[in-house]
Design a binder for this molecule. Structure first.
Ligand SMILES: [Mn+2]
Length: 322
């Protein structure tokens, strides 16, 4: 039986009509992997479109695009849709979920507990980024990892590994970075483009959020709050919250860092981060969420105070803090 990598590279080589999609509210891995696969298809001379319901976030506007990123689905969906970095079909966004039956889905992902919603599923939770899987695809297809493709792969891998600092970082991902560098990638310039993206408005939001951080359970659980009112007052949006949680995790005593972000009346999105053996995926799962061992998220429908209490309680339970 052929491996998923072999089957998918065969489909890319033999097919012609593709759409490449990634999760809504895309992060660096979603954008880098989506554009990376676009570059592969361009190298192969295939027809393809890129689709993301949230579009290309301004902070990734330096990404070398192989095609425009569509925010609306075309009238006729292509034969194949390659879905990247989505742990479940729901992450593709409502419009594509509703029309998933009109196309054949290739699911390439690295999230623990991926629901294998595609016709072809290549799910490898040991990969630190879907960008690493795109590099393996390039290799299988004999396409050199240079130029714009290299920049997209680097964007994906560098952001999802926290610039090769998280526990998910593998020897292979470091070897991949070394290979990109050896083949001409300007790493300092890429890192500048990825990180030097802050607006004053974001600085104001972060100042406020840091001010909300509360410590619970013997200072081992930290929770920060982001309300819609804060967004309005500082002129920011959910894009401006990426990574803020990793700074809360820097608190010396903290084993689980959490952010509760108000989505609507009595509805909060939560993000969780931990280090090492503290499994916050298990915490998120209690609320129907998902993710990775040290990075997860989900939604809690409750008023803020109750949401906080529940999160602290479950964290204490799962992580064994009492
Ligand atoms: Mn990812």
């Amino acid at each position: 039986m052929a491996t998923p990598l072999k089957r998918i590279s065969d489909i890319l080589r033999d097919g012609d009509d593709f759409m490449v999609a990634s999760h809504y509210n895309p992060d660096g891995d979603a954008i880098g992997a989506m554009c990376g696969v676009g570059h592969l298809l361009r190298s192969l001379g295939k027809h393809f479109r890129l689709y993301n319901p949230s579009g290309l976030p301004a902070r990734y506007d330096f990404t070398p695009l192989p095609a425009p990123v569509l925010t609306e689905l075309p009238d006729t969906l292509p034969r194949w849709t390659i879905v990247l970095d989505c742990g479940s079909a729901e992450r593709m966004g409502e419009p594509l979920v509703a029309r998933a039956g009109e196309t054949r889905i290739i699911n390439i992902d690295h999230h623990l507990g991926n629901s294998e919603f595609g016709e072809e599923n290549w799910v490898d939770m040991h990969q630190p980024a879907v960008g690493c899987m795109v590099a393996l695809l390039a290799e299988a297809l004999g396409i050199p990892l240079t130029g714009e493709l290299a920049e997209c792969v680097y964007l994906a891998v560098a952001t999802d590994t926290g610039f090769f600092s998280y526990g998910s970082t593998t020897p292979e991902s470091l070897e991949l970075a070394a290979r990109l560098l050896r083949d001409g990638l300007n790493i300092a310039d890429m890192n500048r483009r990825i990180t030097k993206q802050w607006s004053e408005e974001r600085m104001h939001l972060w100042t406020e959020v840091m001010g909300t951080v509360e410590l619970h359970l013997d200072r081992q659980v930290a929770i920060g709050i982001i309300t819609r009112e804060m967004f309005e007052r500082t002129g920011t949006g959910s894009d401006d919250t990426e990574n803020i949680i990793n700074f809360i995790r820097r608190l010396k005593s903290v084993r689980m860092a959490a952010i509760l972000r108000e989505e609507g009346p009595d509805t909060f999105k939560f993000s969780l981060r931990s280090y090492g053996e503290d499994n916050v995926q298990a915490v998120a799962a209690r609320f129907g969420g998902g993710g990775h061992k040290n990075a997860s998220g989900g939604t809690i429908r409750a008023p803020l105070k109750a949401a906080k209490t529940m999160l602290v309680e479950v964290a204490g339970d799962v992580l064994g803090i009492r």
